[in-house]
Write a protein that binds this ligand. Structure first.
Ligand code: SF4
Length: 161
């Protein structure tokens, strides 16, 4: 079961989108130097279809994208939530997933997202804005993942893991 601790409308986590960024808890990755270790606990409100509908009713007219931050303990629920958002909005609102894993679970399909970030946070290498980062950010078109991490390097801004 997915739980979220908080959310915010952000402008740079997903390039070109006005994004409702939802911070999911119960992160299993435990990266050294994690920006938000409170997300390691299984805490917060349940993020189910009812909660997503409420968020869409409240913010749906103000955003172009919903980003699931984390959720690696329940990847299939993240994927199902992404599919639900697209269905509810007829694709008007895009979806993104910030995963701390190096690759998608084999049973998850990239075509169920519009954007995917992969890779744990590694202090020595830095986040998406670092030239040495191990992380990758992809735009997904009809299931094809295109690496656009270079966009973050230009923006020169700190990004969550
Ligand atoms: S994936 Fe993100 S939230 Fe999870 S431990 Fe790593 S930096 Fe922290």
């Amino acid at each position: 079961m997915l739980r979220y601790v908080n959310y915010d409308i952000v402008f740079q986590e997903v390039p070109g989108e006005v994004t409702l960024s939802i911070n999911l808890s119960n992160c299993p990755n435990h990266c050294k130097g994690c920006h938000s270790p409170y997300l390691w606990e299984n805490i917060g409100e349940i993020l189910d279809e009812h909660a997503l509908v409420q968020l869409l009713e409240r913010y749906g007219q103000s955003i172009t994208c919903i980003c699931f931050m984390g959720g690696d303990a329940n990847p299939h629920e993240v994927e199902a939530s992404s599919v639900f958002v697209r269905e509810q909005t007829n694709g008007r609102i895009k979806t993104a997933w910030y995963s701390g894993k190096n690759k998608l679970p084999e049973t998850c399909s990239p075509q169920n997202f519009d954007y995917i970030k992969l890779g744990p946070y590694m202090e020595k290498l830095g986040g998406l804005d670092s030239a040495t980062t191990n992380q990758h950010f992809y735009r997904v078109d009809q299931g094809k993942m295109t690496d656009i991490t270079y966009v973050f390097l230009r923006s020169n801004r700190k990004f969550p893991g």
